[in-house]
Write a protein that binds this ligand. Structure first.
Ligand SMILES: [Zn+2]
Length: 513
């Protein structure tokens, strides 16, 4: 646990050093850092300590996207002149030159480029730039090779982020991207050739990293039609005051994904600013853009934007996870907010026995935690075995305290606790749970509301003697209203929940020991 926290501190220190000490004359290292950070939030991560393989082709495409706007002539309000900004002190960067050529041939965005004969040479130029440039030199600090992020394998196919690094990028995405952009901006300003051209900094920042307003106009009619001319947020009719809003704010994740747009009143959009929207909006967005209209959006907008519903979902899950871990404010409506907190819903398998177990757990005196100054401790119940097989009897009378796992989001000692898995019914699927694994669980209470469908949940049942029995299963609601309890290991049969069972805790993760 301490190891993970130390790694996060080392990560921040390393990024800072890299920006200062990195042996580099062009701006490619900033682009590469930005690109790696983007890739880390664009897909779900298996666990906190996962390594992450990133294809070089993915990074090359990212490089092209990041430099796209930089390859347009910068029109200086300062001098009235219009010219390409330089990205290094010597001759113009190769990537900028090839992208400029594409734009001279009327290619307006990455999607058009990808379908054109110009893509191949552009892609090869970006690949060559990566390999000879920042990829194996990013981590040379003050002339010393320090491979903190990924080993220098000189592979021509991929890099592998070291264990825990992808999780650091997810945790500190905003900071990394902010630092990379600022260093990038300063670098461009420091190049003598550019100085005459550049006026006020805000103009340059908007040019290099701003929203593509022209492209947004393409999304507007599509969204207005999908939403039947109703504002996404306040649900009232729109007139001539429609704007396209980035559902996950552009300030949080500066890439245009086709499924991330909604149409809203200008006033609603302006009031939302850079806040994440409240849970109710998030559910409506998932339903509108990722479920019901996913294909329409891909068909209509992929000519202008990258459209990938899975990626949009992964980015939104990441953004809300970060918000939850910092109890951020979510925008509900005009000047009204709610606090970000994890979702859970208490659902009842009809008649619920009034069992005292949950009350006992929740009412554990808080005084126990007052003596703990530095590390958050969670209760560990050695006698509760969460059965991954058949129901196991246990009781919560015996309590120990263990360090809370790091990086598991915001943990509350009154809600989160630890217990061991027992049995092999969940040993299957993408994330197997093994016999003896230490599990982080979240007590399900009425104020931690949300859907449990598809989630792994500990289910409690009273045995004949009145002791609690606990079973871990994936929950699925059937069309007839019943719930089925599914094991990840196909050797175990699906059970139908009955009146003697109730949801007890939501499974969060296996804790690394
Ligand atoms: Zn509105």
């Amino acid at each position: 646990m301490i190891g993970a926290m130390q790694q996060q501190l080392d990560f921040i220190a390393y990024i800072q050093r890299m920006l200062v000490e990195g042996d580099f004359s062009a701006t490619y290292k900033f682009a590469l850092l930005h690109a790696i950070a983007d890739v880390c939030v664009e897909q779900p991560l298996l666990s906190e300590q996962s390594e992450l393989v990133i294809e070089l082709s993915t990074l090359a495409d990212k490089l092209i996207t990041l430099y796209w706007h930089h390859a347009m002539p910068f029109s200086s309000k300062h001098t009235g002149e219009s010219a390409l900004l330089k990205q290094n002190a010597g001759s113009q960067s190769k990537v900028i030159s090839v992208l400029f050529e594409c734009q001279q041939n009327n290619i307006r965005n990455f999607r058009q480029l990808k379908l054109s004969p110009f893509y191949k040479p552009t892609f090869y130029a970006a690949m060559a730039t990566l390999k000879t440039g920042p990829l194996w030199r990013l981590q040379i600090l003050a002339k010393q090779e320090e491979c903190f992020l990924y080993p220098h394998t000189n592979s021509t196919q991929f890099i592998t982020l070291n264990a825990g690094i992808a999780s650091c990028f997810r945790r500190f995405y905003d900071l990394v991207v902010y630092l990379a952009k600022n260093a990038w901006l300063q670098k461009i300003q420091s190049i003598k050739h550019n100085q005459a051209l550049i006026g006020p900094q805000s103009q340059l920042q908007e040019f290099l990293f701003g929203v593509d307003r022209t492209a947004l106009t393409k999304a507007k009619p599509v969204l207005v039609e999908l939403q039947s001319n109703i504002c996404f947020y306040c649900q009232k009719p729109m007139k001539n005051d429609v704007e396209v809003d980035h559902f996950i704010p552009f300030a949080r994740y500066a890439n245009d994904l086709g499924h991330n747009f909604v149409a809203a009143h200008r006033t609603c959009n302006n009031n939302k600013r850079d806040f994440l929207a409240a849970q109710q909006h998030r559910e409506r967005w998932q339903n509108q853009n990722l479920a019901v209209n996913s294909h329409i959006i891909s068909n209509e907008l992929s000519a202008y934007f990258h459209c990938d519903a899975d990626k949009s979902l992964a980015v939104s899950n990441w953004a809300y996870q970060v918000a939850e871990s910092s109890s951020a404010k979510l925008w509900l409506g005009k000047n009204s907010f709610e606090e970000a907190k994890p979702k859970a819903e208490v659902f009842k398998f009809s008649k619920v026995a009034n069992k005292s177990e949950q009350t006992n757990l929740a009412a554990e005196p808080k005084a126990n935690f007052k003596t703990i100054i530095n590390a958050l401790k969670l209760r560990y119940f050695p006698n509760i075995k969460i059965a991954c097989g058949h129901f196991k009897t246990g009781d919560s009378s015996d309590v120990e305290y263990l360090d809370a796992p790091l990086g598991a989001g915001k943990l509350d000692p009154n809600v989160h606790f630890l217990a061991r898995a027992s049995g092999n019914s969940m040993n299957g699927g993408k994330h197997p749970i093994l016999d003896g694994d230490l599990l982080l669980l979240e007590l399900i209470t009425s104020d931690r509301a949300g859907s449990l469908r598809g989630q792994i949940v500990a289910i409690e049942r009273d045995d004949i003697s009145g002791d609690g029995q606990y079973l871990l299963r994936k929950v699925n609601k059937l069309p007839n209203g019943q719930y089925e309890l599914i094991a990840q290991n196909p050797d175990y049969e699906v059970m139908i929940a009955d009146e003697s069972m109730r949801t007890f805790a939501r499974f969060k993760q296996v804790v690394a020991e």
